[in-house]
Design a protein around this ligand. Structure first.
Ligand code: PLP
Length: 437
């Protein structure tokens, strides 16, 4: 058994100074204890107790090139020699924005921010300014960051639910202290249900500014869109004067150079991206159609941020994009191949150990669920999974030297190898033996 003694001690120390003991509430969920890290290299991360893990958490997504990638590190270091941020313009911003417009089907222009949450805030503001309407349609089981404007309950299975006792509204806040009035602008619908969408959009289009959706429901079950669903969504939103926003904060720079929208063949009006965009350095963006993005040019919409477009972030993003697109995007193909190997291997192991479960994979991400079903295609079905059993499995995997998110979503990086996959499946085999003993 691995020892986590130093991490446990550090959590006690950290809790004296850091609110919650961790820097983002989500991280408190890790069992047996939130890990304190000493270093990371490639696909491996090492904790302060000296334990090493193959890392499929990847900082909740950003580390698309793994830890401490030499090219990314060198490019950031090189950029830093000239200063970190100016609050003025520089060439790195132009090169990055131009590159994004080349890569992304929906990108005529770009606005840079610091986090996925901010990018979503900018996108919602642009949509409201463009349409002159205020309501936002969002879907059960999707997550779009934690701003008051859009954060609802059940945002993520590994986040502790807010105390909302007495709350009876359909759209429940994701946390205590959240503004209720902003959530009154949110219409929450089931995803993958074209009739529910059409009914609401036709009935209420005069007040609906935008529909925001993840292209794949990555955060809860890695559920793919049903064939024709997005085509219908695109037709309806275009017909009814509603802005379609794809939140590609997870899928962007992971599903291919043009994100999930390129694979799906759908061009939204606005797209938000973040996480993997700069390989682990804070950066996000909204990209979109000229007539909407030009609201920022005209000064109609304020888009602010002291550190927007800083030199470290732009250098990191340019290096990440360069690495990912080498050899005609070989990194994307390898990530997906390893995801297929892992997902297939885990399915075989579930059968071997006589366990009911589903591994939902789309592209290079997948979600493992212990559930009495053969498939999971909706958030309601996903809600039936045995989350406790998965958390126990994640803990057993940690003991095996494999770091996975406590909720079931696995990320691959460009530096995970076939050998990592083989080692991981051997670990999963042993972990499942213990789980079923
Ligand atoms: N949108 C999606 C789809 C996400 O998964 C997340 C974070 O997990 C966000 C937005 C918010 O991004 P950030 O955590 O960078 O604010």
């Amino acid at each position: 058994m691995k020892s986590f003694e130093v991490s446990e001690r550090k959590l006690a120390e950290s809790s004296r100074y850091l609110a919650g003991g961790v820097a983002s509430s989500l991280r408190a969920a890790m069992k047996p204890t939130p890990l304190f890290v000493s270093s990371g290299a490639g696909s491996r991360v090492r904790d302060v107790d000296g334990n090493e893990y193959i890392d499929y958490l990847l900082a909740y997504g950003p580390l698309i090139l793994g830890h401490a990638h030499p090219v990314l590190t060198a490019k950031v270091h090189e950029a830093m020699q000239q200063g970190y941020t100016y609050g003025l313009q520089h060439d790195g911003e132009i090169r990055l924005a131009r590159r994004l417009t080349e890569m992304w089907p929906s990108a005529d222009k770009v606005a840079l921010s610091g986090s996925g949450t901010e990018a979503v805030m900018v996108a919602l503001r642009l949509a409201r300014a463009h349409t002159g309407k205020t309501k936002i349609v969002r879907f059960h089981g999707h997550f779009h960051g934690w701003s008051d404007a859009i954060f609802t309950s059940f945002p993520s299975p590994d986040m502790k639910l807010a105390e909302t006792s007495g709350e009876t509204d359909e759209v429940r806040p994701g946390t205590s202290g959240q503004s209720r009035s902003s959530l009154q602008e949110v219409i929450l619908l089931p995803w993958n249900d074209p009739e529910a969408l059409e009914n609401v959009l036709r009935a209420r289009h005069a007040e609906i500014a935008a529909v925001i959706t993840e292209p794949v429901m990555c955060n809860n079950g890695c559920i793919a869109p049903k064939p024709g669903y997005f085509e219908r969504m695109r037709e309806l939103t275009a017909e009814l004067g509603i802005v379609l926003i794809f939140d590609e904060v997870i899928t962007g720079f992971r599903f291919g150079p043009g994100g999930a929208q390129e694979r799906l063949g759908i061009v939204p009006d606005l797209t938000t991206m973040g996480k993997a965009m700069a390989g682990g350095i804070a950066l996000s963006a909204v990209v979109g159609k000229l007539e909407i993005m030009n609201l920022i040019d005209r000064g109609t919409v304020n888009h602010l941020g002291t550190l927007n477009g800083n030199c470290i972030a732009t250098a990191a993003a340019l290096a990440t994009i360069e690495e990912l697109t080498l050899d005609d995007g070989a990194a994307f193909r390898e990530m997906e191949q390893n995801a297929i190997r892992l997902a297939d291997g885990l399915r075989i192991l579930l059968r071997k150990h006589g366990l009911r479960g589903v591994v939902n994979r789309t592209g290079p991400v997948f979600h493992l669920m212990f559930i009495e079903r053969d498939e999971v295609t909706t958030f309601e079905e996903f809600a039936e999974r045995d989350a406790g059993m998965y958390a126990k499995f994640a803990e057993l995997m940690l003991n095996e030297g494999v770091l996975v998110r406590p909720s079931g979503l696995w990320y691959l990086s460009s530096v995970h190898t076939e050998e990592d996959v083989t080692l991981t499946l051997a670990s999963a085999d042993r972990a499942l033996s213990v789980l079923t003993a």
